[in-house]
Design a protein around this ligand. Structure first.
Ligand code: URA
Length: 233
């Protein structure tokens, strides 16, 4: 792909604006030398105002989503795209969240512009486990583990039973729940069906990938090894 188009697709500006930025020396090679529009230079060797470029279209990034932020592009309140660089809103192909978290759920959220990877992660065939830390309003009753593991549980207004899910009780009102699918408000609805109420919800893990020490409200690109930890099969 032509350099100007590549940089415009990354959201740095329109093709005209990017061409002007190249002429003005804002895009350079690694050594800081000015380049021209026809330069054949690898993504990783380009610099913008001396900084490495944003991740390319094959990248996967993880975000530690804070509470109170929605996964939509249209919500009038704070949205996850407010946390990512502004120019990412103009990227082609667009960077999308891989699955969603509710406004009132914190934790691990992945983004990519790689549609094939996105579909592999969310496809039930890939069976990617997602681990949630749950805090409940009322003490667990003891029957929840077997109920969730049965593979017969039906949520209101649904026609297909839930896949078996694993519940590990970590306290009187706290548990770790591992799901193998992602239905709308699934964790909250599962506990509501037992007569309880989820007070706090945090996604701690997708596949074998965890947030590590990534602070809340921050994001970073995954390494190839970390991407490999998302899809196990
Ligand atoms: N289940 C929920 O209820 N909410 C989420 O954000 C994720 C899973």
């Amino acid at each position: 792909m032509k350099l100007v188009k590549h940089l415009a697709n990354l959201g740095y500006g329109s093709r005209k604006e990017v061409a002007a930025m190249i002429r003005n020396g804002r895009f350079t090679d690694e050594a800081g030398h000015e380049i021209d529009e026809d330069a054949d230079i690898a993504h990783g060797a380009l610099r913008f105002d001396g900084e490495r470029l944003d991740p390319d279209a094959s990248a996967v990034v993880m975000m530690h989503k804070p509470l109170g932020v929605t996964c939509s592009t249209k919500d009038p309140g704070r949205i996850v795209y407010d946390i990512l660089p502004m120019r990412w809103r103009f990227r082609k192909p667009p960077v999308s969240p891989i699955g969603r978290l509710d406004r009132d759920t914190s934790g691990l959220l992945l983004f990519t512009a790689d549609g094939a990877f996105l579909h592999r992660v969310i496809s039930p065939k890939s069976n990617v486990p997602k681990v949630y830390e749950v805090t409940l309003a009322r003490p667990l009753e003891g029957h929840e583990k077997d109920l969730f593991a049965a593979g017969t549980m039906m949520l209101e207004s649904e026609t297909k039973p839930l896949l078996p899910a694993e519940l590990e009780v970590t306290g009187e009102k706290t548990a770790r729940l591992t799901l193998h699918e992602g239905r709308y408000h699934q964790v909250r609805r599962m506990f509501a069906a037992t007569g309880n109420h989820v007070e706090a919800l945090h996604r701690a893990q997708i596949g074998l990938l965890t947030l590590g020490d990534l602070p809340e409200g921050e994001w970073r690109e995954l390494t190839a090894e970390e991407i490999g930890r998302v899809i196990l099969a």
